[in-house]
Design a binder for this molecule. Structure first.
Ligand code: FES
Length: 102
């Protein structure tokens, strides 16, 4: 299992367990876990409603891709630890990571 910690918008942290080997984005996992993520663009990096902050994790997960960066640049509350959850593919390297919903 891949274990993540998700901090919701009220500051409550809860574990989310994901089976290894699944092909889902973090956005899809958050929606499946009933977090309030609108994802109105369906994962195309166009709506920014899946904006998350990487709180803890390996360095490579702090680096947005180019499409994602274009969208993050338009957000007033984006920081160097911002990502779009739809652009993060779940992988075993993510075990133990902490994300905050924005
Ligand atoms: S779901 Fe729209 S930007 Fe991620």
């Amino acid at each position: 299992m891949i274990n993540l910690i998700i901090e919701d918008r009220e500051g409550h942290r809860a574990p989310v367990e994901i089976p290894e080997g699944i092909s889902l984005s973090l956005m899809e996992v958050l929606k499946a876990s009933e977090y309030e993520v609108l994802a109105t663009c369906g994962g195309m990096a166009l709506c920014a409603t899946c904006h998350v902050q990487v709180v803890e994790g390996p360095d490579q997960f702090f680096i947005p891709n180019d499409t994602e960066l274009d969208m993050l640049d338009t957000l007033p509350d984006a920081g160097s630890d911002s990502r779009l959850a739809c652009q993060i593919q779940i992988s075993e390297d993510m075990d133990g990571m902490v994300f905050r919903l924005l």
